[in-house]
Design a protein around this ligand. Structure first.
Ligand code: NDP
Length: 249
């Protein structure tokens, strides 16, 4: 349970990557300012987080199940937080989707929006009433540079982040008068499982209806140059965790 003076921070998508690192960084804060509720949709994946947290696990860091795509899971998770009191919500959970639009089904596209857009909306709707009542709170959203600029073959992922940016910009105006802050973080490439999962999806990808030039450009030009950009410019999850800590301080 949080000590008085400690801020309660709930983070989504902490099984790996950026979410895991933010959870551990805040839980290990030298001044013990944060009581971290790290959430993940499958608690069987908790080992990496527990190991990284070390002796702060069970002290400044606790774990709850949460699938941002499920209304019931979101409600249950917030109900499990003492008095539903969350000072800082960090919406980190997200999925990528890469490839020519012709090779991606509408169902796959909906899954991306269900997570990256409606997942955030669900979380904000659930925490907002308590934050408004207390007239304080901070909502942080992990967007992307692709929430600001379209990128070829990332059409659907980019669209989901643009939608979220629009939603949050509009919400920020309403929340301001209740003293609730809304911040967006827009990282460039970050070395996480995100990259690995996308490359695995690409390896399984089929290209029905996609013209040969597009397939060739995607495989022979786009993919190798994306890998180069990742290698040359990729940040680490630690970089993004430090930036997130600055944003909430
Ligand atoms: P990871 O794939 O390492 O982490 C994504 C996290 O989101 C995982 O914990 C995953 O859980 C979780 N997640 C996915 N779907 C759900 C769901 N329905 N409910 C709850 N959790 C879910 O990637 P990153 O750490 O890189 O990504 C984190 C965020 O950063 C994302 O929003 C992404 O868009 C954003 N971002 C990433 C960049 C990058 O280059 N890596 C660049 C810019 C932004 P599970 O293990 O169960 O799948």
């Amino acid at each position: 349970m949080a000590n008085s003076g400690q801020k309660v921070v709930l983070i989504t998508g902490c099984s790996s990557g950026i979410g895991l690192r933010i959870a551990v960084t805040l839980a290990k804060d030298e001044k013990k300012r944060y009581h971290v509720i790290a959430t993940m949709r499958d608690l069987k994946k908790k080992n990496k987080l527990v190991e990284a947290a070390g002796d702060v696990y069970g002290k400044t860091l606790m774990l709850l199940p949460l699938d941002v795509c499920s209304d019931e899971s979101v409600k249950q998770c917030i109900n499990n937080v003492k008095d539903r009191h969350i000072d800082i919500l960090i919406n980190n959970a997200g999925v990528g989707l890469l490839g020519p639009v012709e090779s991606i089904s509408i169902e796959e596209m909906k899954r991306v929006f269900e997570t990256n857009f409606f997942g955030v909306v669900r979380m904000i709707k659930e925490v907002m009433p308590d934050m408004k009542k207390r007239r304080s709170g901070h909502i942080v959203v992990m967007s992307s540079v692709m929430g600001l600029q379209g990128v070829v073959f990332n059409d659907v992922y980019t669209a989901s982040k643009f939608a979220m940016e629009g939603f949050c910009e509009s919400m920020a105006v309403q929340l301001m008068k209740f003293n609730i802050r809304l911040s967006m973080i827009e990282p460039g490439p970050v070395h996480t499982e995100f990259e690995t999962k996308m490359m695995e999806d690409v390896a399984k990808m089929e290209y029905p209806g996609v013209d040969a030039d597009t397939v060739r450009y995607f495989k022979d030009v786009y993919l190798p140059s994306s890998i180069d950009i990742f290698e040359a410019m990729g940040q680490t999850p630690e970089d993004i965790a430090k930036c997130t800590k600055k944003v909430i301080e």
